[in-house]
Design a protein around this ligand. Sequence first.
Ligand SMILES: Nc1ncnc2c1ncn2[C@@H]1O[C@H](COP(=O)(O)OP(=O)(O)OP(=O)(O)O)[C@@H](O)[C@H]1O
Ligand SMILES: [Mg+2]
Length: 262
Amino acid sequence: MKLVIEGVSKNFANAHGQKLTVLEDINLTVAEEEFVALVGPSGCGKSTLLNLTAGLLEPSGGSIYFTEMETSHVPAVGIVFQETGLFPWRSVYDNIAFGLEAAGIPTNEQKERISHYIEMVGLSGFEKAFPHQLSGGMRQRVGIARALVINPDLLLMDEPFSALDAQTRTIMQEELVALWEKTRLSTLYVTHNIQEAVLLADRVVLLSRRPGRISKILTIDIPRPERENAEHAQAIDEYVRIIWEHISQDARAALLEVETNG
Ligand SMILES: Nc1ncnc2c1ncn2[C@@H]1O[C@H](COP(=O)(O)OP(=O)(O)OP(=O)(O)O)[C@@H](O)[C@H]1O
Ligand SMILES: [Mg+2]
């Protein structure tokens, strides 16, 4: 399976009915077993691109499709949103079951698959808990299990750890790396955090703002499970520096705009 985003653009109408071009000429692929991180300043269209890929929005131009898979296969996409994505009235188990129920999967099979992922993300014993009883990190584990349990061909994650405190975030990043090594799912991961992108991704895609265009794609040439090791610290820092240099101009412009508007 390979995701192909080809010449994609997206326009919205702003509050005054004027056309706002959010994304322009986006060309990007996510290969089988590839982890791609999308980094860019606030408002550059990262979530829009993810929503387009999930089929929740229609592109204004270009196309998004899957290749290198059997023609009869309907691609499934799992999505992990920011913290708010869980149903507060459903237990952990029932939150994870949601997509399986919707797909009409028999209860027995649901049980098996849900137990498997509950164990994989470290939620054993919390099946009956409700979201408000869980920490932020645990809620995101539920979100990840819910996305994985449908056996997706592609995993989309939109700043899944941005609401977490720094320590929990680091733990969740490490857990995600370990989890990813087990599933090796093609992943498109949105983050504000450059360090996070460099720790997680095979390739880091930089989006510029207004309209969002791909300004650079970097391949991170360090084996993923070793990236936390001290021996790679300098190389990681160098990637972060290169990326920061690239996007800092954009980020400064965004800050100025916010200050002027606010
Ligand atoms: N439904 C919509 N109608 C009009 N404008 C929209 C709509 N959705 C997004 N936008 C605008 O498109 C631009 C990109 O939004 P998007 O949410 O994709 O950015 P983002 O990169 O995810 O930002 P952030 O990092 O803050 O999450 C913003 O200017 C936003 O106001
Ligand atoms: Mg966003």
